[in-house]
Design a protein around this ligand. Structure first.
Ligand code: IPE
Ligand code: IPE
Ligand code: MG
Length: 244
């Protein structure tokens, strides 16, 4: 088994890797296949990436699966994506649970079918105590929506008199985000050559290192992950300070 050591000191490995899994449609089109074939192949890449993260010592993996803006896609593609998600969760949960993977979801409930909401709550409950890998799936997730929900919750507490305006600080906001309790991502990878965040983890990405890979998501594998981690390890994170 490969370990983090081959990349240098363990402390230099990213603890939390987040991925914008992009390029399924283009992968399919380049093969003359329907977009859903790209999404299916993308599910295989998810399986490979979880395994690779465990082997490379990554403790948190966050995957952008469906954005709050992806509802703009044709209804049949949205249905296909929801269907694939149902199928994937039902099929994989037991195995991931055996591997000690904790599965969590971030994003809004509004708009998701009831059976999927139940499936994700059951999955979270089943895998709650696992610690080998914290896998977070961003589903119906948009960072601006997440921040607006946090702002609403603060506004309500201030209106109710349970919170003073002066108590609204960074920690108070972070506590109301879907990612409460999670470390910020050290490394954000976007596949398919696009170079944007598309409303993913805007608050949490304040000091994340961004790596853009040309690989289409269905082709993503351990080698592509290693290459992104290698690039991460060549960066110097300064957080606004100066280095000695
Ligand atoms: C990523 O692949 C999957 C989702 C956004 C759900 P795309 O479906 O965006 O693929 P491209 O960008 O059209 O190639
Ligand atoms: C971002 O990809 C969302 C996910 C990967 C789930 P998109 O394909 O939706 O992003 P844009 O539209 O190209 O910015
Ligand atoms: Mg895309």
């Amino acid at each position: 088994m490969e370990t983090a050591h081959q990349f240098g000191e363990e402390t230099e490995s990213p603890k939390h890797v987040a991925v914008i899994m992009d390029g399924n449609g283009r992968w399919a089109r380049s093969r003359g296949l329907p977009r859903i074939a790209g999404h299916k192949a993308g599910a295989e890449a998810v399986r490979r990436t979880i395994k690779a993260c465990r082997e490379l010592g990554v403790s948190h993996l966050t995957l952008f699966a469906f954005s709050s803006e992806n509802w703009k896609r044709p209804a049949d593609e949205v249905d296909d994506l929801m269907g694939l998600l149902r199928f994937y969760i039902r099929k994989e949960v037991d195995e991931l649970n055996r591997q000690g993977v904790s599965i969590r979801f971030i994003g809004a409930d509004d708009g998701l079918p009831d059976d999927i909401l139940k499936l994700i709550r059951d999955t979270e409950r089943t895998t709650l105590d696992n610690r080998n890998l914290i896998l977070t799936v961003a589903l119906n997730y948009g960072s601006r929506d997440e921040l607006a929900r946090a702002a609403r919750s603060i506004a309500k507490e201030v209106a109710d008199g349970t919170m003073a305006p002066g108590d609204v600080d960074e920690a108070a906001i972070a506590r109301r985000l879907d990612t409460v309790g999670m470390p910020d991502p050290d490394l954000i990878i976007r596949t398919s050559g696009e170079q944007r965040l598309s409303n993913f983890l805007l608050w949490q990405a304040a000091y994340s290192e961004l790596v853009f890979s040309k690989v289409m998501w269905p082709d993503f594998d351990q080698e592509a992950l290693k290459s992104a981690i290698d690039e991460y390890q060549r960066r110097e994170r300064r957080y606004g300070a100066v280095t000695a």
